[in-house]
Design a protein around this ligand. Structure first.
Ligand SMILES: Cc1cc2nc3c(=O)[nH]c(=O)nc-3n(C[C@H](O)[C@H](O)[C@H](O)COP(=O)(O)OP(=O)(O)OC[C@H]3O[C@@H](n4cnc5c(N)ncnc54)[C@H](O)[C@@H]3O)c2cc1C
Length: 632
């Protein structure tokens, strides 16, 4: 499976020359009707009953139609100009200084999330097939000397063609933008993409020839008292009576944390401060250092406000805004949205989540390396000691982020909400005693923080774009609780690290966190509950040699992934942090929930307006050589 989107060259050059959009302001500067003149459009054949229309098709909307749409949405339609265009001398935007700046800022997530089209995993910005177009700034002019370039020209590749910047003043008017965008895409048979930050590793927030609903500037956060006792009692379920927060679709982790801190509260969020809370994160599950204490992101959800795709088959020929709760007539949608993956069941306008009183929090770190050891085998035994010690650490409520390289094991941060540093240190003792016994020197620290927010500020580092070809696996707890399993797992992880791969992940006790937070049933892959680690592994992304990435991806799937599958038979992977080429992805990412999720997808989006790679129901579509999405 390759990323979609080799557009016709004629369209590309006209779009690149004429499209004007300022990424930072997010507003188109030129009337959309000027962006794609009729005479530059080429007519290709498209069986529009089976395939989505792409630029160049007779069924692609005319400039007048785009312009009219732009007027109805307050002039907030943006024609994509790839960020990397300033790095190609063949492009009229070429600017050496801007290119140098872009290259030095490329690793920052803000470079991408402020742009209406950019994605952080460059693999999916590339057009379909190994020779497809792209506009990677490192592949442009004056790329490092001696390196052969892939592409002479900047091409839109698989980036979205247009985006609607849904930055309305209130969530009510935001819903109107959502409805207009879904309606236009449906009416014109265009591929639709929903995107906030572009963090998605699996290519879900981009697509060739598509219209994007871009939610990024919807930033409302409201705190209030929530009480669903009445509905819960009627259904014999657990009630939630307490603080809650309603987050608009564009809110990011750092914004949710800052707002919660100002209220003396804590909201659930991941380790990366720029990930969007409402989209892929919470809808995909959402793990955090908080997960052993209060469960997953999806476990926090009380209500969704969501725009459902139109379909005459459902008796709703226009998109509509609904509320989905565990108790109302859309309880099935609530269940699916809470863990079944982003961009699949509807366009979420807002989510209401539980807000927790701030916790005193213990923080810890541990690090050791093979460098001072005569025998690397001792280091590997130390890695096994760490794996065997994990249950004792997560069972007191800690979440531990760690990574393993060829010669280093680094554990940081470990945060334990509601736990004292002394207790956390006790939990680490069995590991440290084994390291002492093996003669492995290590660095460690254990600190008390008066609040979760202080612990985050002191211990969580800013995260950059993950420039890697990636795969993932949920590691069952049962594997590290008996010696033979721990040995096998150590061997498999060490094989990846020894082959210059990076192993990373978070260790948590989700079953514990869910029980304590009294989570409502949801569609998160049930294998999360028995996992001791939500693991990822990767190889570096090569900006200059795309086929090297294909080789790397092959290794991820068929060597690293296959080896981990062998030690975790019947296991799963996190749908947000998995291998985009995962064989049997339906079972691996969604587990036993897949059939029910598919039935809900078919109920709410029977025409498949919402498509994303490896999303529920995506097997009904294939991406053709030219990037066109067609029914399988
Ligand atoms: C550096 C980094 C660190 C990460 N850390 C963590 C972590 O600590 N914990 C964790 O669980 N995950 C983590 N992730 C994975 C992250 O959860 C996913 O990448 C997630 O998909 C990002 O969501 P987003 O909405 O910000 O991204 P986007 O790329 O904008 O969107 C991702 C998906 O969500 C859909 N979507 C977005 N908004 C909406 C909406 N309003 N309605 C419907 N669908 C929507 C999109 O269509 C797409 O399918 C990390 C990823 C990166 C790159």
């Amino acid at each position: 499976m390759f990323p979609p989107g080799l557009l016709k060259a004629c369209f590309l050059s006209s779009a690149l020359l004429l499209a004007t959009a300022t990424a930072t302001s997010g507003l188109a500067q030129e009337p959309i009707s000027n962006l794609l003149p009729q005479q530059d459009r080429i007519t290709t054949s498209n069986d529009s009953s089976n395939c989505r229309c792409i630029p160049g098709d007779a069924c692609w909307p005319s400039p007048t139609e785009w312009s009219r749409f732009n007027q109805t949405v307050g002039g907030r339609l943006i024609a994509t100009v790839p960020l990397g265009s300033v790095c190609y001398s063949s492009d009229e935007r070429y600017d050496k200084a801007k290119c140098a700046q872009l290259r030095s800022d490329w690793h920052l997530t803000a470079t991408h999330y402020r742009d209406s089209a950019s994605v952080m995993n460059q693999f999916f910005a590339h057009g379909p097939g190994p020779d497809g177009g792209q506009c990677d700034p490192f592949d442009g002019d004056s790329s490092p000397s001696g390196q052969e370039r892939n592409h002479e020209k900047c091409s839109i590749g698989s980036l979205v063609t247009y985006s609607l910047n849904a930055s309305s003043a209130s969530s009510a008017s935001a819903a109107t933008d959502f409805i207009s965008t879904l309606s236009f895409a449906h009416q014109h048979n265009i591929r639709l993409v929903i995107r906030n930050t572009g963090h998605d590793y699996l290519g879900k927030s981009t697509g060739a020839g598509s219209l994007a609903l871009w939610t990024h500037y919807l930033k409302d956060i409201d705190f209030f008292d929530f009480d669903n006792t009445h509905e819960a009692e009627q259904q014999g379920s657990v009630a939630y009576k307490g603080k809650a927060a309603k987050l608009a679709a564009g809110v990011q982790v750092s914004e949710a944390f800052a707002a919660a801190k100002a209220h003396g509260l804590v909201l659930h969020g991941g380790n990366c401060e720029s990930v969007g809370v409402v989209g892929g994160y919470t809808q995909g599950g959402g793990h955090s250092v908080l997960s052993s204490a209060i469960g997953l992101g999806a476990d926090q959800v009380l209500e969704w406000e969501v725009v459902i795709p139109p379909s005459s088959a459902t008796g709703h020929p226009e998109p509509r805004l609904v509320k989905a709760t565990p108790f109302n007539e859309h309880a099935d949608l609530y269940w699916a949205l809470s863990g079944g993956g982003g961009g699949t069941f509807g366009a979420v306008v807002s989510v209401t989540v539980k807000a927790w009183e701030d916790f005193e929090t213990a923080g810890a770190m541990l690090m050791f390396s093979a460098n001072s050891l005569e025998d690397r085998g001792i280091f590997v035994k130390g890695v096994q000691a760490w794996l065997e010690g994990l249950p004792g650490i997560v069972d007191i409520g800690a979440g531990a982020i760690w990574f393993l390289l060829k010669d280093v094991l680094a554990v940081s941060p470990v945060l334990a909400p509601g736990v004292k540093a002394k207790e956390l240190e006790e939990a680490f003792k069995p590991v440290m005693e084994k390291l002492d016994g093996l003669g492995i020197p290590y660095a460690s620290s254990f600190t008390d923080f008066p609040s979760f927010h202080d612990a985050v500020a002191a211990m969580v580092a800013q995260q950059n774009v993950t420039d890697a070809n990636m795969g993932g696996r949920l590691i069952p707890r049962s594997l590290v609780t008996e010696k033979e399993g721990a040995e096998k797992l150590t061997e498999a992880l060490d094989a990846i690290a020894s082959a210059d791969g990076t192993v990373a992940g978070i260790s948590v006790n989700i079953e514990r966190g869910r029980k304590l937070s009294k989570a409502y049933p949801n569609s998160v892959n049930p294998l999360f509950e028995s996992a001791i680690q939500i693991g990822v592994f990767g190889l570096p992304y090569n900006h200059l040699n795309f086929s090297a990435n294909i080789d790397a991806q092959d290794k991820i799937t068929n060597v690293f992934g296959a080896a981990l599958e062998k030690v975790t038979p019947g296991g799963g992977a996190y749908l947000n942090e998995g291998d985009p080429h995962q064989p049997d992805w339906q079972t691996t990412f969604y587990g036993e929930n897949y059939e029910r999720l598919l039935a809900i997808k078919n109920k709410y989006d029977p025409e498949g307006l919402l498509y994303a790679l490896t999303a529920v129901g995506s097997e009904k579509w294939v991406q053709k050589e030219d990037g066109r999405l067609c029914r399988a």
